[in-house]
Design a protein around this ligand. Structure first.
Ligand SMILES: Cc1cc2nc3c(=O)[nH]c(=O)nc-3n(C[C@H](O)[C@H](O)[C@H](O)COP(=O)(O)OP(=O)(O)OC[C@H]3O[C@@H](n4cnc5c(N)ncnc54)[C@H](O)[C@@H]3O)c2cc1C
Length: 235
């Protein structure tokens, strides 16, 4: 944007040179991911297999060697697919502020997009080791090819018999919803009714654009959720 003169600034900070932003390692029972770690690195290490798999489906390999986790979360492109595994994992965000580093739950700081104040940057993300070992599923459908923006992207884990799931490409922002999960985990209903009820609880009308109509997206997400629940409950 700056090269196109659409963005003007008095200075630029290269976050990739800050050591804390480049870390990718375990600290006790926590996975610590610096915000400048690339999607290709996350894909390669398999520390958090669900996140690795989601990264593997974003852009092409050459682009993934440049795109950072922080860039995907904070960028302008609405899909922000890396947020999905972080939402289901109840990740903690470490944010550098003018007065120090604060640690907040993703659920308190990510509402449609990352709510940073001026002068704040996302420094690191931490995830509990236990979550990274749970059964998981990631599914992405695009208009045509393997690589492309999602018509639907879903990331889920099976945590003590309950499904935790987040979506992108369905609404104009990535989301995880308590109401949706409550419906999906309601064992008093048939599987079909659980899925239908969950879709009715999406936080926004299903999106329609040049990638897919709303009814086609609904058809895809319905089937992806069914497959996901069946695979978890069969295992
Ligand atoms: C070919 C291609 C295909 C793509 N396909 C997909 C896709 O299928 N799904 C998907 O979700 N995304 C997709 N994307 C988007 C991509 O994942 C990134 O969101 C986008 O490229 C920006 O990433 P970047 O690392 O270059 O960030 P930058 O351009 O460096 O940053 C983006 C913005 O975020 C801010 N920012 C970056 N890091 C931080 C931080 N740590 N703290 C605060 N602010 C920060 C920057 O200041 C800037 O405003 C695609 C991108 C490309 C190029």
């Amino acid at each position: 944007m700056a090269r196109l003169s659409q963005l003007h600034t008095k200075g630029i900070i290269d976050l990739k040179d800050i050591p804390e932003c480049r870390i990718l390692d375990w600290k006790k029972d926590q996975l610590v991911i610096g915000s400048a770690v690339t999607l290709a690195q996350l894909e390669a290490v398999q520390f958090f297999p669900l996140l690795s798999r989601v990264c593997n489906r974003i852009a092409d390999h050459t682009s993934r060697c440049k795109i950072t986790l922080g860039g995907n979360i904070c960028g302008k492109i609405i899909y922000r697919e890396t947020v999905l595994p972080l939402l289901v994992a109840n990740a903690e965000f470490h944010i550098a502020t003018e007065s120090g580093v604060k640690q907040v739950s993703i659920h308190d700081v990510f509402e449609k997009e990352l709510r940073l104040l001026p002068h704040e940057i996302l420094l690191q993300i931490t995830v509990d080791k236990q979550i990274t070992t749970m059964p998981y599923r990631s599914e992405k459908r695009t208009k045509i090819d393997r690589i492309g923006y999602p018509t639907v992207s879903l990331a889920a884990i099976h945590n003590q018999g309950e499904i935790q799931v987040a979506f992108s490409g369905i609404c104009t922002f990535p989301f995880r919803s308590k109401e949706v999960e409550r419906a999906l985990n309601d064992q008093t209903l048939s599987l079909e009714d659980r899925v239908r009820s969950a879709i009715h609880k999406f936080p926004e009308a299903i999106m329609a654009d040049h990638h897919a109509s709303a009814s086609f997206r609904e058809f895809i997400v319905h089937n992806l959720i069914l497959d996901t629940i069946e695979s978890f409950e069969r295992a």
